[in-house]
Write a protein that binds this ligand. Structure first.
Ligand code: AVJ
Length: 321
């Protein structure tokens, strides 16, 4: 076994600890919503990997293209002997492109909310990168969490935040998250972040309404998850998937739509749904490069370089504190 360089999985509270509270709060408010981080249980993480393989879902493919094409330049910007901390590492697929090019990275710290998925990913990485030290952390990075102490604490750090996950947050939250990351970093540390760019509305809407229905299944998995983990009684056949581009807000919105008047119980609470009433399950904000640069600059990040694909669908930006 070549897993000796994997440190024990560090848990930061239970990533799903607030699920019930967040669901009750989200369903009690006037415009109903559930935080999109709850998509990512084990099944949801696997469904998300399937989304990334879809023809219509361009972000993952395009970001990987950028990483392949400019990987050497990116690795050069990041520099040698860094501690690479990844937010929302998932299956760490794009990370491999980076790890293949980084010069002597001292430690890789994948942070993810799904601990089963994280453990599998760390095991697979350890096999393919036998000399790399890996310190997985199961945490919800929108809440306070600590990175495990290690012999590499004095190394320069680079936070890797790919996948346009930052797009899930409204602008004030996104800026707060960029500030949280900056707070963890020393002057001169790096941030490599991927975000999705504004583009033709049909391209955007197709990406979240694939013909095979994988995105719909991903969305509805949240209902299954509430049923199994919170003892809710959602009739999953009575909710539909709806995703559209909200132009004024610059984002894709994903909703679960009640197909009829119905009531649902969760714990000791009961919720009444009108026909066509929706639960918002995700925002996916699309930015321009200058907009993103400005947001980051507000909290101490200086943009050093940005790489895009030929159609300007997606951007990978390197910033330093
Ligand atoms: C992982 C948040 C980047 O917003 O495109 C994919 C999640 N939702 N299809 C995105 C997602 C529906 C994805 N992010």
């Amino acid at each position: 076994m070549s897993t000796s360089l994997i440190e024990n999985l560090a848990f930061c509270a239970s990533p799903a600890a607030g699920f019930l509270d967040d669901v009750l709060k989200g369903l009690s408010s006037a415009s109903r919503s559930i935080p999109s981080k709850y998509f990512y249980d084990d099944i949801g993480s696997t469904l998300f990997d399937a989304i990334c393989e879809l023809d219509e879902y361009y972000p993952t493919r395009v970001e990987s293209e950028i990483m392949h094409r400019y990987g050497d330049e990116i690795a050069c910007r990041i520099g040698s002997n860094v501690r690479l901390v990844e937010y929302g590492s998932g299956s760490s697929i794009k990370t491999r492109i980076l790890l293949d090019r980084l010069v002597d990275p001292c430690l890789y710290v994948p942070v993810d909310i799904s601990n089963q998925h994280l453990t599998r990913t760390a095991d697979a990485l350890a096999k393919d990168y036998p000399t790399l030290s890996i310190a997985p952390v199961a945490a919800d990075f929108t809440r306070p969490f600590e990175l495990p102490k290690s012999e590499f604490d004095l190394c320069r750090s680079c936070v890797y935040f790919p996948g346009s996950t930052i797009g899930n947050f409204v602008q004030t939250e996104a800026i707060q998250l960029l500030a949280d990351i900056a707070y963890r970093c020393e002057q001169g540390d790096g941030l490599l972040i991927g975000f999705d760019l504004r583009k033709d509305i049909d391209v955007l809407e197709s990406a979240y309404n694939d013909r095979a229905g994988v995105t719909a299944a991903f969305n509805k998995n949240l209902l299954d998850r509430m049923n199994s983990e919170l003892g809710a009684n959602f009739d999953t056949l009575q909710f539909g998937h709806h995703a559209f581009f909200n132009d004024a807000a610059g984002r894709i919105e994903m909703h679960l739509v009640s197909q009829r008047e119905q009531s649902v119980s969760i714990a000791d609470h009961s919720f009444q749904f009108e026909r066509n009433e929706t639960i918002c399950t995700e925002y996916s904000h699309k930015y321009s490069i200058s907009e993103f640069e400005q947001m980051s600059a507000q909290v101490g990040w200086q943009c050093k370089e940005t790489w895009c694909d030929e159609r300007d669908y997606f951007a990978v930006m390197y910033l330093e504190r």
